[in-house]
Design a protein around this ligand. Structure first.
Ligand code: FAD
Length: 537
C-alpha cells in the first residue's frame, strides 16, 4: 500500500480509468455518498483524449453532440470553436469537467491496475496496482475504454529499427518535428486517415502503407456556426433525449425507404445531399437497408468510390484507395479533412500491402515482399485491441478462481454489456454486448453510469451487498447480441468489431447493434422489473 498517494485500504468502489466514463462514474458515486477512487494509468485525465495526441486527432461526432448532458449549466456555458472538436479542445473540456466538479482529489494518476480478485467470503474485490497499492472495495467498475489498448502490426523487427517510431495512440507530449524527414505511416484506419494529410505537410516525403482501404467521408470542418449553436443550446434537452432514443446516439431523421426502391438518379441525388452534410450518419442513414442488404449497400459503396475517383488524379492510386470486399459501414467509416487530396501530392507515395505485403521492420525502415523502404520515422496507425483488450490486460479473477481471460476465451459474454456471471459487483462501462463503439459514446457512457448508479442506490436502500447476472439471463442476452449482428452485414466483415485485427482473438461480433434507444429501453425494463436477470443478495 503506497500511502503517499493516499488510497485508503477500504473503499466502496474502485473505478479503473479516468476518461469520460471514469469521471462521470466518480461524480455519481460521490452523489451516492460512496467512498471511491479512480485509478488511471495516464499522467492526466481524459482517456482517449489524453493519449491520442497525434496530429489531426479529432472526434467524428460533432462538438455540440459529443459532450456530457448531465451538467445543464456546462452545456450552456461551454463554447466549442469548431464543427468537429480537435483532441486538444476535447482534452481541455474533460480537464475542465474534472476541475469544475473537484474530481481530481479522488483520482490516482500514473498507476495501472494489474489485478482484481473477488473474495467470496467478504464479497469484496481486492484491487492491486503496479505501484504496489492494494485496495479492498465492494464494487469494481471498469471504465478502461474500448479503444485504449494499442496494437502494433504483427511483423517482426521493430526492436532493430534505428529511427524514431510512434504509435498514434501514445503520441509524445511535445510536438514531433518531421521537417526534412522521410516518414512512413503504416495503417489507414481512422487515426491514419486523420494524421496523413498533416504529416504530408510536415514531412519532406511521406509513404503510406495501406493494407485495407477504408471508406472515408469529408467533414467539411470549420469554425462552428453560431446560429446552429444558439439553436441547439435553446433545444438541448429535447435534442439529448432524441439522441438517447436513437439508433446510434445522435438525433437524426430515421430513413423510411429501401435504396432499391428508387432509381439511380434519385439515389445519387440523395447520397450527394447527404455527403455534403459532412458527417458519419448522412450517407449511411439515407436508406433503411444499407447495413443489411448487400445490393443496397453496394449502391452507397459505389457512390463513395466514385468520390475517390473524382478527387485522386492518378487512376492507379485511386483504385488502390477504393474500398472493396466488404460493405460500407461495417468497418467504422472515417471522416477526414483532405485525405484523398493528399495522394495528389508529388511527395506522397502509396504502397498497397495487398499486392506487396509487409515482411519486417529493418534497421533503416520497412521491408515489403517487393523491396526495402528507408525512413527517418515510422508512424504506426495500427489501431487497438478493441473492446476487450484493456479489460483482459488486467488479471480479473472472479468466483471459484476463474479468470475473465478463461471465461472469455471463446469471446465475451455479458448481460447487457454491463456485467458478467461469475464476477459479482464488477461492472464494465460500454462493455461488449452494449451499443458502445456503435454509438456516440458519450450518450452510451452516461446511460451506463446512470444505470449502474441507480442499481447501487437500490442495493444500498435494500441493504443488499452482491449483484450478479444469472447464467440464463447472460446467455439469452449474448445470443440476442449475436442474432442482431448476424441480421446485418457487420458479421461478414473482418473488422475490429469482430476481433479480426488481432491474431488469435475469437471472432465474435462484440458490440450490440440493436440500437441505442431500444437498448436503453431494455435496461430500463430490467430495472423496473426489480433487476430481472440478476441475483441480488
Ligand atoms: P477511454 O477514454 O479510453 O479511457 C479509459 C482510460 O482507462 C484510459 O485513460 C486508460 O489509460 C485507462 N486504463 C485502461 N486500463 C487501465 C488499467 N489497467 N489501469 C489504469 N488505467 C487504465 N467515440 C465517439 O463516440 N465518437 C468519436 O468520434 C470518437 N473518436 C475517437 C477517436 C479516437 C482516436 C479514439 C481512440 C477513440 C474515439 N472514440 C470516439 C471513442 C472514445 O474512446 C470514446 O468516445 C470515449 O472517449 C471513451 O471514454 P472512456 O472513458 O470510456 O474510455
Amino acid at each position: 500500500m503506497n500511502d503517499t498517494r493516499n488510497i485508503p485500504a477500504q473503499l466502496d468502489a474502485v473505478v479503473v480509468g479516468a476518461g469520460f466514463s471514469g469521471l462521470y462514474m466518480l461524480y455519481k458515486l460521490r452523489r451516492l455518498g460512496m467512498s471511491a477512487k479512480v485509478v488511471e494509468a495516464g499522467a492526466d485525465v481524459g482517456g482517449t483524449w489524453y493519449w491520442n495526441k497525434y496530429p489531426g486527432a479529432r472526434c467524428d461526432v460533432e462538438s455540440m453532440h459529443y459532450s456530457y448532458s448531465f451538467d445543464r449549466e456546462l452545456e450552456q456555458e461551454w463554447e466549442w470553436t469548431e464543427k468537429y472538436p480537435s483532441q486538444p479542445e476535447i482534452h481541455a473540456y474533460i480537464s475542465h469537467v474534472a476541475d469544475r466538479h473537484d474530481l481530481r482529489r479522488d483520482i490516482v494518476l500514473n498507476t495501472k491496475v494489474t489485478e482484481a480478485r473477488f473474495d467470496e467470503e467478504s464479497s469484496r474485490w481486492t484491487v492491486r496496482t503496479d505501484e504496489g497499492d492494494e485496495v479492498s472495495a465492494r464494487y469494481c467498475i471498469m471504465a478502461v475504454g474500448c479503444l485504449s489498448k494499442p496494437k502494433l502490426p504483427e511483423i517482426p523487427g521493430i526492436e532493430n529499427y534505428t529511427g524514431n517510431w510512434y504509435h498514434t495512440s501514445h503520441w509524445p507530449e511535445e510536438r514531433v518535428d518531421f521537417s526534412g524527414q522521410r516518414v512512413a505511416v503504416i495503417g489507414t484506419g481512422s487515426s491514419g486517415i486523420q494524421a496523413i494529410p498533416i504529416l504530408a505537410e510536415r514531412a519532406d516525403h511521406l509513404t503510406v502503407f495501406q493494407r485495407t482501404a477504408n471508406f472515408s467521408l469529408p467533414t467539411f470542418n470549420g469554425p462552428i456556426d453560431q446560429d446552429l449553436v444558439a439553436g441547439i443550446k435553446a433545444e438541448y434537452p429535447r435534442i439529448r433525449e432524441e439522441a438517447r432514443m436513437s439508433g446510434f446516439g445522435i438525433a437524426v431523421e430515421e430513413p423510411t425507404q429501401s435504396a432499391l426502391e428508387v432509381d439511380d438518379e434519385e439515389r445519387r441525388s440523395k447520397y450527394t445531399e447527404r455527403w455534403n452534410r459532412g458527417n458519419l450518419t448522412g450517407v449511411l442513414q439515407a436508406y433503411t437497408d444499407l447495413l443489411v442488404d448487400e445490393r443496397a449497400n453496394e449502391t452507397a459503396a459505389e457512390f463513395v468510390r466514385g468520390k475517390v475517383r473524382e478527387v485522386v488524379r492518378d487512376p492507379e492510386k485511386a483504385e488502390i484507395l477504393c474500398p472493396r470486399g466488404y460493405a460500407f459501414g461495417t468497418k467504422r467509416p472515417c471522416l477526414d479533412t483532405g485525405y484523398y487530396e493528399t495522394f495528389n501530392r508529388e511527395d506522397v507515395d502509396l504502397v498497397d500491402l495487398r499486392a506487396t505485403p509487409l515482411v519486417e521492420i529493418t534497421e533503416n525502415g520497412v521491408r515489403t515482399t517487393e523491396r526495402e523502404h528507408e525512413f527517418d520515422s515510422i508512424v504506426f496507425a495500427t489501431g487497438f485491441d478493441a473492446m476487450t483488450g484493456a479489460l483482459l490486460s488486467i488479471d480479473i479473477v472472479g468466483r471459484d478462481g476463474v479468470s475473465l481471460q478463461e471465461k472469455w476465451a471463446e469471446g465475451p459474454t455479458t448481460y447487457l454489456g454491463l456485467t458478467t456471471t461469475g464476477f459479482p459487483n464488477l461492472f464494465t462501462i460500454t462493455g461488449p454486448g452494449s451499443p458502445s463503439v456503435l454509438s456516440n459514446m458519450i450518450v452510451s457512457i452516461e446511460q451506463h453510469v446512470d444505470w449502474i448508479s441507480d442499481l447501487l442506490s437500490h442495493m444500498s436502500q435494500q441493504e443488499l451487498a452482491v449483484v450478479e447476472p444469472t447464467e440464463s439471463a447472460e446467455k439469452q442476452w449474448s445470443d440476442h447480441v449475436q442474432e442482431c449482428g448476424e441480421a446485418t452485414l457487420f458479421t461478414k466483415t473482418d473488422s475490429w468489431y469482430m476481433g479480426a485485427n488481432v491474431p488469435g482473438k475469437p471472432r465474435v461480433f462484440m458490440p450490440y447493434i440493436g440500437g441505442v434507444g431500444p437498448y436503453r429501453q431494455k435496461c430500463d425494463e430490467v430495472a423496473a422489473n426489480g433487476y430481472e436477470g440478476f441475483a441480488l443478495q
